[in-house]
Structure formats: C-alpha cells, structure tokens
Design a protein around this ligand. Structure first.
Ligand code: APR
Length: 234
C-alpha cells in the first residue's frame, strides 16, 4: 500500500465549529499568544492560561468530526494513511483515523510541569493545585510557542517515507510544522486543500504541487473519491 502522509491544521476542524487561529475572528484575534500560549504566560498568570484551555476543552466536547475528517478515514481503504496534525483536538481519532501524530500536543491530556513524561488523560477542567503523581502542578499537554516540539523527529521520518503528501487547512506560518513537506522525497505528488492557500517558500519549490482551493469538508471528499476510483498500483 502506498503511504499517504497528511499534515493537517486548524482549517480541517473549522467546519466542526472550532475556530482557527489566524482567520478573521480567529483565536489569536481574541487572545494574545503571549498571554495564553507561552511558558512565560504560564509562569506569570497560570489561572488565565488554564481558563483558556479549560474553555477550549469544554468546547471540544460539544463538536463532532466533519466530512473532511471522515474522508481521511475512507482513504485508509487504499492507502496507509499517516496523519500529522498540528491540532490539539481529537476529531481525527473520533472520526476513526488509525494513525494520528499530534505535533502540538493534545487538549484532552495534561502533564506534569516538572516531568514531561507524566501525562494523564484529562477530559474536564484543570485547576491550580492539581498535581502529578510526584507532587508537581499539572499543566496542559500543549506545545507552547518557544517550546521544543518533541514529536518533530517521528513526523519528519514519516514525511521522508511518504509516497504522496497532502496538506489540509493550515496557513503554513508556524515552523517547524510548516516545513515538514521538505523532508519528503523530491517530486512525490503533493496536494494542498485550503480555501485560502498560502504557498510558503517550501511549497513554491514544488512544481508538482496541486492546490485545491476549497474547504476541507468538500475538497477532501472529492479528492478521496477521485483517488479511490483509481486502481491501486503495486
Ligand atoms: N477547510 C480547510 N481549511 C480552512 C477552512 C476549511 N473549512 N477554513 C479555514 N481554513 C484554513 C485557512 O484558510 C488557513 O489557511 O485553515 C488555515 C488556518 O490557519 P491557522 O489559523 O494559522 O491555523 P494553523 O495553520 O493550524 O496554525 C498552526 O499555530 O497557533 C498555532 O499551535 C497553533 O497548531 C497551531 C499552529
């Protein structure tokens, strides 16, 4: 089976009702990154940071996967699909995708402030004073701006093994995620589904790129139907 590596961003969850970050009315228009999504913000005002993520966790319980997520599940019939998502929601998993790597953490998990490996499932609110098994404050299991991206290496390895690469719903502004496609082998088929595609430097080096300038909820099912009609090779 051919290996299809998919890099997703906030746009794939937009039609489920989760705000993106940088579109008009997006999350970073309503909140300053420096106030809620950096280690400094956590040190300065952890209550504010927790409130922000508690709200988002609550909102996540109220939304459902959309046809874009489901199209990626369909593609498993004919491809070995590996999703690398920048999203912290669990909508790929709830839709039924089998292989999902979260590059920027997971909203429904928390971890020890001190011991990165002490990670817990956490469906509800997190409060100050809630501690890990070794007695340290728990924090959202989110990769904040300025922090290392521990899953980068496995993500880059996946990209290097891709036979096809599909990018969905991301403004490709946040590195290293936005550069992952450059780990792919030269000239493999490359696709980008986004109603407002932003070709970054890496994509501009790829003449084989096919852009589908549509929302994921319609663009992905169409692309999946096209690919699933083709006879599998090899
Ligand atoms: N379908 C597909 N794409 C869409 C849709 C849709 N229905 N609606 C909007 N988009 C696209 C926008 O055109 C934009 O290109 O989704 C993209 C959203 O971009 P951002 O808000 O910048 O989100 P993302 O690229 O995922 O952000 C990357 O930045 O703040 C950090 O850690 C956060 O993981 C996040 C990272």
């Amino acid at each position: 089976m051919k290996k299809l590596v998919v890099l997703t961003g906030a746009g794939i969850s937009a039609e489920s009702g989760i705000s993106t970050f940088r579109d008009a009315g997006g999350l970073w228009e309503q909140h300053r990154i420096e106030d809620v999504a950096t280690p400094e913000a956590w040190a300065r005002n952890p209550e504010l940071v927790l409130r922000f993520y508690n709200q988002r966790r609550k909102q996540l319980q109220e939304v459902q996967p959309n046809p874009g997520h489901r199209a990626l599940v369909e593609l498993e019939k004919q491809f070995e699909v590996h999703i690398i998502t920048q999203n912290v929601d669990d909508l790929h998993e709830r839709a039924g995708s089998s292989r999902v790597l979260h590059l920027h953490g997971e909203l429904l998990k928390v971890r020890s402030e001190r011991y990165e490996d002490l990670v817990y499932e956490w469906p509800g609110d997190l409060q100050l004073g809630e501690r890990c098994a070794r007695g340290f404050q728990l924090r959202p299991h989110i990769v904040w701006f300025g922090e290392a991206v521990p899953m980068l290496l496995p993500a880059a390895e996946l990209a290097a093994e891709a036979d096809l690469f599909l990018i969905v719903g991301t403004s490709l502004q946040v590195y290293p995620a936005a550069g992952l496609m450059s780990y792919a082998r030269r000239n493999i088929p490359m696709f980008y589904v986004d109603p407002n595609p932003q070709l970054n430097w890496e994509l501009r080096q790829m003449p084989q790129l096919r852009v589908v300038a549509e929302p994921a909820g319609t663009g992905l099912p169409k692309l999946a139907a096209e690919w699933l009609q083709q006879k599998p090779e090899g």
